[in-house]
Design a protein around this ligand. Sequence first.
Ligand SMILES: [Fe+2]
Ligand SMILES: [Fe+2]
Length: 272
Amino acid sequence: MKIIHLSDIHIHSSSILGHNPIERFSLALDHIKNNHLDSDMLIITGDITHQGDLASYKKFDEIFTKANLPDHLNPKLLIGNHDDRKIFKNYFTKIPNDKNGFVQYDIEIDDMRFLFLDTIQENSHAGHYCEKRLLWLKNKLDESLKKNQNVFMFMHHNPFPLVKLKSDLIGLVDRDQFKSIIDNYKIVIKHIFFGHQHITVSGTFLGIPFSSPRSISHPLVPNFSNEYRLGYANTDPSYNIVLLNNDSVIIHSEDFLKTDISWFETTEPGSL
Ligand SMILES: [Fe+2]
Ligand SMILES: [Fe+2]
């Protein structure tokens, strides 16, 4: 199975940190169209818009429709701290919600379950995951445990500090509660995918592998001090390509603005 993981589009009518998010989203979709039409799923982990306004969601839709991707690549959408849950739900009426109205849902394919989480709270850039959402997650993970499924979890916020606790000002506030649930199900959770910080990062959490692509709009760069964690630079945006195999999960980073590509004529190892 091949999945496109794209994050932090930040649709906005003007440029952000010197970049045009609308133009970059169009370029990312063009790149997908030219290179990854054999993918099975397209997942966008939040911050679809910059200010959560209706006009930006419509713009997102307009650009996506214009790209004319095949139906099976209609995106699985998550919301981020720059989105507005109410406006999102009113506009994207086909995206499921849980019984409490959070934009959380799941998809089962063969022996796999894909979980899409809602980690936002109004008027906060940090992530939140309340008791109701935790219960939803716990129930889904219980079901997967019983069915012996492999779980792939998608969320907007990083559920643990990516550098130091002191500087994790906009990560998941309820990180301890989240961790205690995840810890009980790490046997079934095969990967955690998130966005939010706009940096390329990967590793393991409680033994569970995780990955995050840069924003496709305005990528950031990490700083490893307590005081200032992120900055911006002249660096490429990216999205990730996820290859799910029987015995491996492989993540490739696609710098979709790359130019002047020269492909080797042979793949023989000696040629490198
Ligand atoms: Fe973002
Ligand atoms: Fe975010």
